[in-house]
Ligand binder design. Structure first.
Ligand code: SAM
Length: 312
C-alpha cells in the first residue's frame, strides 16, 4: 500500500471516538495488516538482544527487576526476560493493547516450534521455566493473568512511564525496544526523569531506537529517511495520530536528550543506511530546514542502541 494511502486511513480511523477507533484499527491490522499472522520470534529476540547488551557491559541480568516501556499487543519481550532468569518484570503501556487471542497464538507458536525457540535462546534459556510455560500453555483455562502470575510480570495499562507510581530505586533495568521514536520529546524527558527516580544506583537504561520512517517498512518504494524532506507542519498532516506518531528525532537529538536527563552514555551502535547516505551525498533528497544543520551520517542513521546510567 502506498504510504500516503496508509496515512490517510490511519488519520481517518484515529478521528473516530476512542473505543471504536481502537477496535477498528485492531480489526484492520488483524485482517489486512501486520497482525494477520503473529509470530513471537521478533519480540523474544528483542528481549534477548536487550539481555546481551546488559551482559556486554558486565552487568548480570539474572534475578534482576526489569522495567519495559511500551508493552504493545503481546507481552513477549517481558516473557523473554523471565525465560532467561529475570526476577520480575514491570511492563507499562499508555494503551491497554495486550490481546489474549494474540498472546495465545504466540504461545501456540512456541509450543509448535520448541527447537527453534530453544535455539533462539541458546544457553540463556532457563529450561525449568520453559517447561512451566509449555505446561501452562496446554491448560484449557489459560488466561493472561495466569501467564503474568507464572512469569512474575506486572502489566500496567493504561499507565504512563512518566508517572509509574513505583517506589524509589525499585528497578534494575529500564528498557524499551522500538518505542522511543513514537513518543514526543517532552514526554521522553519526563520518562527519563521518572526512570532516574525508580532505577537503582547500579541500574542501566537500555533502549533501542528505530529512527527510520516507519512507512518505509510497508511501502518499499520509499527510503528509510523519506520523512526528513517534510516540515513539521506538513509531516503532522500525514502522521500526527495515535497510530503512527513519529517524533523524527535523530541520533544526536537522542544523545542530547539523555545528556540533559543527567545520564552518562555507556554504549551506542548507530547503524548508517548506506543507500540513504549515498542518496544524501548525491543530493537526491531535499532535507527540510529542521534537519538542515545535521551531518549526512547522522541523517542516514536508521537505528541505535543507547545504553546509559544516571549520574550520581
Ligand atoms: C510501537 S509500540 C511498541 C510495542 C512493543 N514494544 C512491540 O514491539 O510490539 C509503542 C508502544 O508504546 C506505548 N507508549 C507510548 N507512550 C507511552 C508512555 N508514555 N508510557 C508507556 N507506554 C507508552 C504505546 O501505547 C505503544 O503500545
Amino acid at each position: 500500500m502506498h504510504w500516503k494511502t496508509k496515512a490517510t486511513l490511519q488519520n481517518a480511523v484515529s478521528r473516530l471516538p476512542s473505543e471504536s477507533s481502537y477496535a477498528t484499527y485492531y480489526w484492520l491490522q488483524r485482517h489486512f495488516g501486520g497482525l494477520r499472522r503473529i509470530n513471537p520470534v521478533e519480540r523474544l529476540q528483542a528481549g534477548i538482544e536487550t539481555w546481551k547488551q546488559i551482559e556486554q557491559l558486565d552487568h548480570s541480568p539474572i534475578d534482576k527487576i526489569f522495567f519495559e516501556v511500551g508493552t504493545g499487543r503481546v507481552p513477549m519481550t517481558p516473557l523473554a526476560y523471565w525465560l532467561m532468569g529475570a526476577k520480575s518484570i514491570v511492563t507499562i503501556d499508555l494503551n491497554p493493547y495486550v490481546k489474549t487471542e494474540l498472546t495465545k497464538e504466540c504461545l501456540q507458536y512456541i509450543a509448535d516450534h520448541v527447537e527453534e525457540i530453544e535455539a533462539l535462546f541458546g544457553s540463556r534459556l532457563n529450561q525449568k521455566r520453559f517447561d512451566a510455560l509449555r505446561y501452562l500453555q496446554r491448560q484449557d483455562d489459560f488466561n493472561l493473568q495466569n501467564l503474568f502470575d507464572l512469569c512474575q510480570i506486572a502489566y500496567i495499562a493504561p499507565g504512563d512511564a512518566a508517572r509509574t507510581g513505583l517506589s524509589h530505586s525499585s528497578i534494575d533495568f529500564h528498557t524499551s525496544f522500538n518505542v522511543f521514536e513514537h513518543i514526543p520529546r517532552d514526554v521522553l524527558a519526563a520518562i527519563l526523569a521518572e526512570g532516574n527516580r525508580i532505577i537503582s544506583d547500579t541500574g542501566l537504561f537500555v533502549h533501542r531506537v528505530d529512527y527510520s520512517d516507519h512507512f518505509s517498512h510497508s511501502d518499499t518504494h520509499i527510503s528509510p529517511i523519506n520523512f526528513l524532506q517534510y516540515s513539521d507542519a506538513k509531516w503532522d498532516r500525514y502522521a500526527d495520530n495515535r497510530y503512527m506518531y513519529m517524533n523524527r528525532l535523530r541520533h544526536d537529538d537522542f544523545l542530547a536528550l539523555f545528556d540533559a536527563s543527567g545520564h552518562t552514555i555507556l554504549a551506542t551502535d548507530p547503524a548508517i543506511d548506506k543507500a540513504s547516505l549515498k542518496m544524501l551525498n548525491e543530493g537526491r533528497l531535499n532535507v527540510d530546514a529542521r534537519f538542515g544543520d545535521k551531518a549526512v551520517e547522522v541523517l542516514a542513521t536508521t537505528a541505535s542502541w543507547i545504553i546509559s546510567t544516571r549520574d550520581a
